[in-house]
Write a protein that binds this ligand. Sequence first.
Ligand code: SF4
Length: 406
Amino acid sequence: MPTTTELADRIRAGGRVSAGEALHLYHHAPLPLLGELADGIRARKHPEGVVTYIIDRNVNYTNVCVARCNFCAFYRPVGSSEGYVLGFEEVFSKIDETIALGGGQLLLQGGHNPDLPIEWYEDLFRGVKQRYPGFKLHALSPPEVIHLTRMSKLSVTEVIDRLMAAGLDSIPGGGAEILVDRVRKLLNCYGKATADEWLGVMRDAHLKGLRTTATMMYGHVETVEERIEHMIRLREVQEETGGFTAFITWSYQPEHTELGGGEATGMEYLRMLALARIVLDNFPSLQASWVTQGGKVGQLSLAYGSNDMGSVMIEENVVRAAGAEYCMDEVEIVRNIENAGFVAKRRNMHYDILGDPYFRMQDVPRQLALATARADGDTSRPAELVNYAARSTTEKKLRATDQHGQ
Ligand code: SF4
C-alpha cells in the first residue's frame, strides 16, 4: 500500500485511487489534507471559480408507499389517513410558483403507490409539457422506474421510453442509499431495487441519452468499505456511459424512522465529501447537501470538493419528515457562495450556465421557509384519480363507497 504522502502526490498529479487506497485515506489522511486534495480536483475541473445552483422545486407527488424502507420517515402505508396524492392542478400551481421565482424545473419524486399506474405519470407529464413547453421534468428515481415496470409488466427500457415520450427530461439519483445488497437488505430497500437494478436503470437511461445524478446516503448500518464500494460502482458505470452529471451525498436523518439511531457529524460529512471528490474523478460535479447539513456546513462543502450548491428547493417534504428543517432561498445561497470567494451562477440540470442570480434581475419574494406538499389538514382527493385503475383493495373499496354515496 502506498503511503498517505505518496497517494496525495498521485492525486495532485491527477491520478486515480483504488478502493483499498480510498479506505487507507479515509482512516489515515487528516481532514485538512483530504480537503486540500478535493479542492484541488474541484479547481482543476472548474478553474473559472464559479459555483452553480439551480432554481427548482422538490415536489413529492404522493407519500403512499408499499416499499416501507426502515430509514424513511416520509412514507405512509396504503389506506393511511395521512396519505396523499397530488392532483394535476396542484402540480400546475406549484409550477406557476416555481416559474415566478425564476425556476424552470421540478424534481418530481414520490412513494411507490400501487394506485398510480404508468398512464397517470404519462398524463401528468404530458399535461405539464402542454402547459409549460420549456419546463423540465427531472423525475422518478430508479426505484420508482422499477416499481412502474412491476406495475405495468413492461421492461425498464420500455418504461423509460414511454416516460420520455410523455416528457421526462432527466432522472434524479435518489433511492441509491448504499449500493451494496447486504446493506439494502438491512434497510429493507433491497425489494424496491437491488444495487444492480438501480445501476441498470441509470445505465439504460444514459444509453437513451438521458442525463442523471447519483446519490449516497451514509451513516446507518453500512461499513466504510461499503461506502467506498458504492462509489467505485458509480465510477465504473460512469466510465461506461459518462451519463452522470453530479454526485450528492448526505448523512442518514434518523428522527421518526423505524431504524432510529444517531446522525453522522459535520466532520464526517466533510470527510466523505472530500473522499467522494477524490474517488469519483470522472464525475464533473459534486453538490453540497445544505438541506441535510445546514447552510454553514453546506458553505464549507465548497472547500471540500463541491462546486455546486444544489437547488433552492422551494419545497421539501422527505428530509423534513426525518427532523431536518433548513431553508435557503436564492438570496441566501448566493450570499454563501460569494462569501466563500466564488462567483454564483444559475444553471440547469445539464449544468449549463443560465445566468447571474435571478433576484438581481427581478423582484422576487424572500422565501423564509420551505413549502410543503400540502397545507396541514388538506385530505382532498384529486378528481382525476378515478380515471386510473386502482390495484389496492383499500382504494378499490374507497371508490366503491364513493360511487355508492353518489
Ligand atoms: S424511501 Fe422512498 S421507497 Fe422507501 S419507503 Fe420512503 S418513499 Fe417509499
